[in-house]
Design a protein around this ligand. Structure first.
Ligand SMILES: [Zn+2]
Length: 385
């Protein structure tokens, strides 16, 4: 190419660069940049107690042979005399990234509380409350019944800008009913479902592994499969809203395996760390994605009742001669969040309800919950910015 032509090309490039730079600073483009789509990842950890989230492992349960088969191994992994180091050993992501760049609610020893408001204190009523923003007294079992209530996921999927870009993944096979796939048409990969058709090589591998993995319970698959399908869909389909429902913790607790419950909680924290790092390293999600983590119910406080959860109403219905108060503590939950519209103050003091999570999720997407879901409880304003 002749020298004159080269100069021309260089000048043209400089001009183009100038134009691009100028455009970037035009107020119109600035407004457009602020309108970039917001995303949301909601994660639930079934039946994880606030006691472990804020206090780390419980020594009484580690040293009890009924619940922990190798106490020394568990102690070595998770025990520390100091509470703030102990909880960080169990939930390193929550107590490093979220504590310093997000918020946490639920440390009842420090004036921060969030409670279930439904009357049952078990899973389906809890997930219904989280996803629809309202406790429904008619949701009174974990049976596979189509949810008559509309979740915020379904509401979003009905909006043009979210349609086809809302996905859900769950370890428990009741999620398709809770999200009512029949009515909502939302894709929910849950329980022992595989992905059909497998659109990527990794999905094909996950389908194979799903058939080969040991089945621990009849209705709940291992969380690594749920996590695998969810992260693969995030990477290959770039959805705007993803719900991931992990389940192992509740089942290991019901089994009376404190060691496995604790290990499952730790593994989930590691999955969250990896997920958050990936979101923050990916241009379409970086600084535009909110991560909300919570749970469907609490559990008992003591070595005698930590394995289970029940409300007074549930206990009365079971008529097993159990405590008329049910299992105290089963209504006590927690929440953690991080994202561009979430405050960065760590522990937030106050008292909130599980029914406020749906509106909080919508508000984090910069939407107006009162317009979209007028029947839902109000958002947790104290964690939003
Ligand atoms: Zn349970």
């Amino acid at each position: 190419m002749p020298a004159v032509g080269m100069v021309f090309v260089v000048r043209k490039l400089q001009l183009a660069t100038l134009l691009v730079l100028t455009c970037l600073w035009l107020p119109g483009n600035l407004a457009k940049a602020q309108e970039t789509p917001e995303n949301l990842v909601l994660v639930t950890l079934d039946g994880v107690r606030w006691q472990e989230v804020f206090g780390g492992v419980d020594l009484a349960l580690i040293e009890d042979k009924r619940f922990t088969s190798e106490p020394e191994i568990l102690k070595k992994k998770y025990w520390h005399e100091q509470e703030i180091l102990r909880r960080k050993q169990l939930f390193p992501f929550l107590w490093s990234v979220i504590e310093s760049h997000g918020v946490l609610i639920g440390d009842r020893n420090r004036g921060s509380r969030i409670d279930v408001s439904n009357d049952w204190w078990f899973s389906y009523p809890g997930y219904n409350e989280i996803l629809t923003g309202r406790a429904d007294p008619a949701i009174d079992s974990n049976d596979k019944l189509w949810n008559p209530n509309v979740t915020f996921l379904e509401t979003l999927n009905g909006m043009e800008e979210f349609n086809g870009r809302v996905l859900a993944f769950g370890s428990w096979d009741v999620f398709p009913y809770i999200i009512n796939t029949e009515r909502s048409g939302l894709p929910v990969n849950a329980g022992f479902a595989i992905a059909t058709p497998a659109q990527t090589e990794r999905t094909e591998w996950l389908n194979e592994v799903s058939a080969e993995a040991p089945s621990l319970w009849s209705t709940v698959r291992a969380d690594f499969l749920t996590n695998g399908y969810a992260t693969e869909a995030l990477q290959s389909q770039t959805p705007r809203v993803v719900y991931i429902a992990f389940g192992e913790t509740d089942d290991f607790a019901h089994d009376g395996s404190y060691d496995r419950y604790v290990d499952a909680a730790y593994r989930t924290d590691q999955m969250l760390a990896k997920l958050w790092n990936w979101l923050q390293a990916t241009p379409s999600y970086r600084d535009r994605t909110t991560l909300i983590i919570t749970t469907d119910h609490g559990r008992g406080h003591t070595p005698e009742d930590w394995t289970s959860h029940a409300s007074p109403l549930d206990a009365a219905r079971q008529m097993t001669g159990s405590d008329p108060d049910g299992i105290p503590g089963s209504n006590e939950i927690w929440l953690a969040a991080i994202g561009p519209h979430i405050r960065t103050t760590g522990l937030v003091k106050g008292h909130w309800k599980q029914s406020q999570i749906a509106a909080t999720a919508l508000a984090s997407l910069q939407l107006e919950p009162a317009q979209l879901m007028p029947q839902a409880d109000k958002a947790i304003a104290e964690i939003l910015q």
